[in-house]
Design a binder for this molecule. Structure first.
Ligand code: TRP
Length: 334
């Protein structure tokens, strides 16, 4: 029946370390999807060249992102886990799709404008056509569902436009890709400093990485913002306290959460104890993942096999699509 499953595609940029927000926001969805869908999960190494032309760290970053995803539960036997640069059909499709994309709309893309502002001396054409390459990634497998966060909505909308223009001009080849999320899974992982959610770029000490060692995890959790505690029974919790309970809900047991919620309502809560408990629960959650990542990174032979196996699956799907694409465009002369 596997041929009947609907197709899912997503890309992961190889830009360093994954954190708890990535885990609960994205990877956990991938792991669940691999059971129900035909999944293609890709390391977007070509995309990273648009902003990171220096490739000294690229290999290590690609290995890390693969190892972290596998350690979190992605199974290379169940999904196609591969590198973008290993599937050359992507580049060919990117070229055709570039003819479906207008300069004006590309210039209006929020991510493009942000990157121009951040890096005015490297406004290259690859940066401008980033959403076209992303569209190629997706429709190369004729994927319908794309598990991504809100920040990618505009890229997906552009993908639908490019696809519709292609289909209109050359015949229905591609389904329209849409964002996918399990509704109940839209968890935001709050940052430890009480402002916003965990992210790579903001305060590093307020973000828990899957690579943090046990002492670092404890230290970061103990630094989380608290106050003197409530003075009236059944008060409402300030945001930063709500956040600590939110983090507990991700990794602590029901009993633990109930105890501290009760202590809060009775004004007997001791935040020092609560954070100690949360620190231990975080260590118990993160350390097995970190140890798995380290073991995988030691095993280059295994990583090579994973990449080869993934690329093989991706190329098979890509070849079939590209036959249809070339025929539809009219590039078949004999
Ligand atoms: N642009 C995505 C990001 O910044 C990464 C990406 C590349 C992607 N190709 C993709 C996401 C295809 C979904 C589908 O995170």
């Amino acid at each position: 029946m596997s041929g009947q499953k609907e197709i899912v595609m997503s890309g992961i940029r190889p830009t360093g370390f994954l954190h708890l927000g990535n885990y609960f926001g994205a990877i956990r969805n991938y792991v669940r999807m691999q059971e129900e869908f035909n999944c293609f999960f890709m390391v977007a190494d070509l995309h990273s060249l648009t902003t990171h032309p220096d490739t000294k760290e690229l290999k290590a970053n690609v290995h890390r992102v693969l190892a972290e995803n596998i350690a979190c539960g992605l199974d290379p036997d169940k999904v196609a886990l591969y590198c973008q640069s290993h599937v050359h059909e992507t580049s060919e499709l990117y070229l055709y799709l570039n003819m479906m994309a207008y300069k004006g709309e590309l210039e209006k893309t929020t991510t493009f404008k942000d990157k121009v502002r951040q890096n005015p001396e490297n406004v290259n054409a690859g940066l401008l056509t980033y959403p076209v390459l992303q569209t190629a990634d997706i429709v190369l497998h004729r994927a319908k569902y794309v598990p991504v966060g809100k920040d990618q909505e505009q890229h997906l909308e552009m993908a639908r436009n490019f696809v519709n223009r292609f289909n209109h001009r050359y015949g229905e080849v591609f389904p329209e890709p849409v964002a996918f999320n399990y509704n109940e899974e839209l968890v935001k992982v709050p940052s430890l400093d009480g402002t916003g959610k965990m992210s790579k770029s903001e305060n590093q000490l307020a973000t828990l990485y899957l690579a943090d060692d046990d002492e670092m995890i404890r230290k970061k959790v103990m630094k989380a913002k608290t106050d003197g505690g409530p003075t009236e029974k059944n008060s409402t919790k300030p945001d930063y306290i709500e956040n600590i309970f939110g983090l507990m809900k991700l990794v602590s047991s029901e009993d633990v959460i109930k105890k501290y919620a009760g202590d809060f309502d009775n004004c007997t809560i001791r935040y020092g104890d609560m954070k100690k408990q949360l620190g231990e629960d975080m260590v118990n959650f993160i350390s097995p993942i970190r140890n798995k990542v380290d073991a995988i990174l030691q095993n280059e032979k295994y990583l090579k096999e994973v990449m080869e196996q993934g690329a093989e699956k991706a190329r098979k799907s890509a070849r079939a699509t590209m036959e249809l694409v070339r025929t539809a465009i009219g590039l078949n002369y004999y």
